[in-house]
Design a protein around this ligand. Structure first.
Ligand SMILES: [Zn+2]
Length: 181
């Protein structure tokens, strides 16, 4: 029996974690991996259109075209199944493909199948990929959250107001200090 996980795993996170690491890898501009990323983003567009569009007739046509285009590309991603014998007579199932990045495309499709494809998104501060634990998450890290917070106009306003008050206080206090000194 597997030990129970001690850390909380959010839905889809186990699939998404290696995928996010892979997506954030630095790659050459002509790398074939861009094709996979393009496919993932195309699929995201289709899902997004489906979720947000009110004009059904327009979006259905567009979605059909987009899906056909995606499927045409997916035909290249042939894989075969292989098994390994594991401890206790358990069978491990492996998907094999001649294309190295096949597993990442497959992971993205699994997320899509579970309704989590749009959780895979780019941080709105640093543009790195992330997998959102909550549907509202838009930043990748603590650092980016702080950056976003500082960029928020109401926070900025509050900060500038604070700074103005602070400087006024200082000006009020400083001459008094000088007199003393
Ligand atoms: Zn970020």
């Amino acid at each position: 029996m597997n030990p129970l996980p001690t850390k909380r795993i959010y839905c889809g996170e186990d699939i998404a974690r290696p995928l996010v690491v892979w997506l954030n890898k630095k790659r050459r501009t002509n790398s074939p991996e861009w094709k996979v990323i393009w496919l993932i983003e195309q699929l995201q567009t289709v899902v997004m259109l489906h979720e947000t569009s009110n004009d059904r007739s327009y979006s259905v046509d567009l979605q059909r075209t987009e899906v056909a285009l995606i499927n045409k590309e997916l035909r290249r991603y042939v894989f075969w199944l292989s098994v390994t014998l594991q401890e206790g007579g358990k069978i491990g199932i492996i998907r094999k493909s001649r294309l190295d990045h096949f597993e990442f495309l497959y992971a993205a499709l699994c997320l899509a199948g579970n309704g989590y494809l749009l959780r895979l998104r780019r941080c709105n501060q640093c543009q790195r990929w992330l997998f959102a634990r909550f549907s509202t998450q838009t930043v990748c890290s603590k650092v980016c959250r702080q950056k976003k917070h500082r960029a928020n106009p109401t926070v900025r306003l509050r900060r500038s107001e604070y700074m103005r008050n602070y400087m006024r206080e200082r000006r009020r206090v400083l001459p008094a200090k000088r007199e003393k000194g």
